[in-house]
Design a protein around this ligand. Sequence first.
Ligand code: NOJ
Length: 549
Amino acid sequence: MSDETSDLSTAASDVSAEVQSQSVPGFPRWWQNAIFYQIYPRSFSDDNGDGIGDIRGVIDKLGYLELVGVDAIWLSPVMKSPMADHGYDVSDPRDIDDLFGGLDALDALIREAHERDIKVTMDLVPNHTSDQHAWFIEALNSEPGSAARQRYIFRDGLGDDGSLPPNNWASVFGGPAWTRITDTNGQPGQWYLHIFATEQPDLNWENPEVFADLEKTLRFWLDRGVDGFRIDVAHGMAKPEGLPDMVLDNVGLLSNDDNDPRFNNPGVHDIHRQIRAVLDDYPDAMTVGEIWVDDNVRFAEYVRPDELHLGFNFRLAKIQFDSEAVREAIEHSLEAIASVSGTPTWTLSNHDVEREVTRYSTADSPQAGIDRARAMILVELALPGAVFIYNGAELGLPNVDLPDDVLQDPVWERSGHTERGRDGCRVPLPWEGTTPPFAFSSNPDTWLPIPAEWAALTVETQLEDVNSTLSLYRQAIEYRKTRPEFAGEAIEWYGAPAGCLAFRRSLGKLVCALNAGPEPIGLPPGEVLLSSAPLVDGKLPPNAAAWLV
Ligand code: NOJ
């Protein structure tokens, strides 16, 4: 669709020829057009001074979240956990870990967030439990084939003495996906499956007890006032008949493709239907699933009207700063949900991937990283649908290159120190002051060290600077929520010079232009509402985006 002009105004004057319409249906529900803000609790704000963020720390910053303009919080796991994977290993799904402040703190957060019109959604981890969950401890102390073992995926080993794992599956975090247990008599016993760390045994979703327990968990939190859930590994849970071997060539850590037998098995959809049936008793509540499925048709199955309300589409979080790739990601994401009348979701990063500032940096220009991240938030916020912002993105935080001895992600150990893991995107937020820990905590010994250079990126500094990334986010979110130009659920593409893209909201007519090329470009006619960088002689510079009305 690109033309060869170096000026968007030429392309835009011929809109009718270039327009390609992509419609998605109306957005009557609160979550369909909401700004969700992901809080990684360890890293957001520490109230009790132990160097690790907690729920009272979040309560303390609700005024800030209101200032940013978020509609809903997504709290990464805060349930009881030995923290082998920082909360994604849950030992009691119906309690809050003391590290984060216990149940009282969560109740207070729900109350106080609701007073400010901010919804609270929680992470739910149905694919696996912690190895310290009462069920797993019982399974270890029970016989092969017992009811307790059948809540998990236990198998005899292969080979004469059972010393080989039941199949060749790899753990997403590195190493094998099976661990052999030692029986109570001290003899080597069966093997259990853990797609993630050894401390995260996979549940057996063919056992009805597993869903019955999840239903209790869902109702427990919904009855307390929680507004919805992010469902961890929503493309996991169901396992294929007979657990066939996987193809091990090119299997990457922390990733899967569409042919991977560990994920996206057809049985998963019944599980989502069961979850949805519970959610339907709470008509304002929602679910958003973590779905690492590329194929649009297979992806769409998860967001059929009787399954998940929303599914994370990670295309924008995976790509570099390239206009073709951005356009393709947007088109594919819209196409993916169109067939099932779903709602699009947009996300540039989360606690599992490199922060966008670092992803977009180039060896010769770290500045390009921040410029491009600023441009891309304007692209994202111009799109119809739910937007997910990862805490710290609004400050333009980069990944941190942490020293080996502070790394905590299980990926570091399990990969034999070949993969550094995800700690670099989980460093605590800088709030105020000039030296670490920048009021994140009263304790200088924070769970991951905060770089001294972040003095320039604190919330305090950025609130005072109208040109800061935080100010850009605030202004952009305010416009998105208040201006009529953001109306409509469809976008239309403009022709644009190579390296650039432009689209328009079909109803409100907001135009968003992105310059990912090397030269400044002219803009379509209209008034510039907001730009991620100052215009140069009326043109949009490289690594920038603008909104026009
Ligand atoms: C996906 C989560 O986002 C990630 O952080 C976690 O390690 C795995 N699921 C396992 O629960």
